[in-house]
Design a protein around this ligand. Structure first.
Ligand code: SAH
Length: 590
């Protein structure tokens, strides 16, 4: 059984100009490391009470030219804590690192007690009992993007934490520095250009406050449940119009393949831009020889990311390059490659051009052969109609050029995917699509979260509906049937209104509910609660789109867990992650 213990609060401390006292050099390398990290944080390290003559020499030789570094070769006295600090804080030092030998434990204890009294954060090397904070193994991007990743197991092994940190870092795309730098630059520019105008025009004061923008400056106060908030495309206020780029950027950061974020430009966030976001397909050596750039205007991109090829490519062996174009509308399933149909895989592998929805899972996009022209719809709040037209037009133009067009849609094309409209559009334009069903998130989400949508004596029917009707209006509330499992798609961003409508319409407010997010993806999250606690739960845990809501007694039919006793004080229960045991598709797919 897991016993929950209090967990330390992880923060990033701004330390510029602070005075950090390092007492002793029992472990010389440790002291050197502390001095280095202190300097890197913009603080002044003051080393006092070096343990050995040779340490003084070694440390002096390394930090001789560091202007901020101070060394006092004398012994330590308690008054140092309150005399070596900055004048602004009445000379109390800002932080203390103790590095004394085990024989000096009484002194370590004394310093620790005094620091606690004075509220000075203190860390004693290898003595957690005399520390009020611990250093965490941290990865700091050497290219200076500002990215830092820290991992702690809270006393279960520094080495293990270090190893986990390395594994995480290894999984990041190789261009992660550019991703962070590029997104940061675009975000800054938008904040300056758009928000400042708004602030000046007092929009923010009257109509929108900064928190409604969907993010704050502090990573932790970023309110993810707000960023997906519905924007009524046809009734956007002036201020909302101006904040569009902000929202688009948030969406891009949330949904787009991570490695592609290095290449997004501010231009592409301009609603008048006619360039859809071109997704260079990931490297797939198997298809390499099949692809060659035939457009001299858009040569293969050799700069900054060798995996990336920009521009228009036709595969020379394409059977569809000549003759009449052909189109298929293909469902790509909810997320996991294991839920992709063989038909969908065939279409992805043989397309000349792929027009993908924003939600198409990364794992599926990764299967697109290199050289296949790929576009992702810019379907962001406030741009859905425009993006849809843009994509359909691109599809039609490609068909007229005789290409094989694959319209890749998330889940099933005909379940809230506008597949029907697209079928009509292309058919009316002379190209009847082949439509391939996909596993809909509405029915896969239940399975991966241990919910049998029907179960004898518990649920004998299933309803799939939306929480958001046309143009943002609430749909008619479905009737409450106790033996029914109801799945609400597109329902989480305005759950307060939805749940109120349901309860007003006679739904049992204590019926079990599950918020299933990123179903079948590695970062899947399933949150069980009761219908009435859904809005408060979302407010608290934020959102991890895409997600849906499952309501009905089937939600807990397979689970007998004391964690499911919900009260005001304990409103929900979360399960993280999705594992497919040892499924490996490499041999099957490539
Ligand atoms: N055609 C898709 C649904 C498109 S509507 C399908 O059949 O699955 C988009 C909505 O689907 C999202 O708002 C969310 O409610 C739901 N959704 C899609 N993928 C999901 C996933 N992996 N996990 C949870 N919900 C998902």
């Amino acid at each position: 059984m897991v016993v929950f213990e209090p967990l330390p609060l992880i923060t990033a401390s701004v330390s510029i100009d602070e005075h950090h006292l390092i007492i002793g050099t029992h472990s010389c390398p440790q002291s050197i490391k502390k001095i280095k990290t202190t300097i890197a944080a913009g603080a002044t390290p003051i080393l006092i009470n070096p343990s050995h003559e040779s340490h003084i020499k070694e440390i002096s030789s390394i930090f001789l030219n560091e202007s901020g570094f101070q060394l006092a070769t004398r012994g330590f006295q308690l008054s140092d804590l309150t005399t070596l600090g900055r004048t602004q804080v009445q000379r109390v030092v800002d932080r203390v690192f103790i590095n004394l030998s085990p024989e000096e434990t009484p002194l370590t204890r004394k310093i620790y007690e005094q620091c606690v009294k004075l509220r000075i954060p203190v860390n004693a090397f290898q003595r957690p009992e005399y520390s009020t904070f611990h250093m965490i193994p941290t990865f700091t991007d050497p290219k200076g993007s500002g990215l830092q990743i820290a991992v702690t197991t809270n006393g279960r092994g520094y080495i293990l934490a270090n190893r986990i940190k390395r594994e995480i870092v290894n999984k990041l795309p190789s261009n992660i520095s550019q991703v962070v730098t590029n997104m940061g630059a675009i975000r800054d520019q938008i904040i300056h250009e758009d928000h400042e105008i708004l602030l000046r025009e007092k929009y923010l004061k009257t109509e929108l406050s900064r928190d409604k923008l969907g993010y704050g400056l502090d990573d932790d106060t970023w309110e993810s449940h707000k960023f997906n908030r519905l924007i009524k495309e046809f009734e956007m206020t002036n201020a909302e119009q101006k904040l569009k780029r902000t929202r688009w950027l948030s969406q891009i950061m949330e949904y787009y393949p991570l490695n592609q974020l290095a290449n997004v430009t501010l231009d592409q966030l301009d609603e008048n831009s006619h360039t859809p976001i071109n997704l260079p397909s990931p490297n797939n050596p198997d298809n390499h020889e099949n692809s060659q750039s035939i457009n001299p205007e858009t040569p293969a991109n050799t700069e900054n990311n060798s995996e990336v090829q920009l521009g228009v490519h036709l595969r020379s062996k394409s059977p569809n390059s000549i003759g009449k174009g052909r189109i298929s509308l293909v469902g790509s399933g909810p997320g996991s490659v294991s839920m992709l149909t063989l038909g969908a895989l065939h279409e992805i592998k043989t397309a000349d051009i792929i027009l993908a929805d924003k939600l198409v899972p990364q794992a599926v996009l990764d299967l697109i052969p290199q050289g296949t022209e790929t576009f992702i719809a810019r379907k962001f709040p406030g741009n859905a109609e425009h993006a849809q037209e843009e994509l359909l037009q691109l599809g039609l133009d490609s068909l007229k050029q005789g290409k094989k067009v694959v319209r890749l849609k998330q889940g099933d094309p005909y379940i809230f995917g506008r597949g029907g409209e697209e079928y009509l559009f292309f058919t009316q334009n002379g190209f009847e699509p082949l439509v391939l069903p996909g596993l809909s998130s509405s029915l896969a989400s239940t399975v991966v979260s241990k919910i049998p949508a029907t179960q004898r004596a518990i649920a004998d029917q299933v309803l799939v509906c939306t929480g958001t009707g046309r143009k943002g209006a609430l749909p008619v509330a479905p009737e409450f049937v106790p033996t029914r499992t109801t799945v609400f798609l597109m329902a989480l961003h305005r759950s307060d209104v939805l749940i109120k409508t349901l309860i007003d319409a006679g739904w049992d407010k204590n019926v079990p509910a599950a918020i299933v997010e990123r179903a079948s993806c590695p970062d899947q999250r399933v949150t069980r609660t009761l219908l009435r606690y859904v809005p408060a739960t979302i407010e608290e845990i934020g959102s991890r789109p895409p997600g849906l809501l499952v309501v009905g007694h089937a939600v807990n039919a397979l689970i007998n867990d004391s964690n499911l006793q919900f009260t005001e004080a304990s409103k929900y229960y979360i399960e993280e992650g999705y594992h497919e045991f040892e499924m490996n598709f490499d041999n099957l797919l490539h």
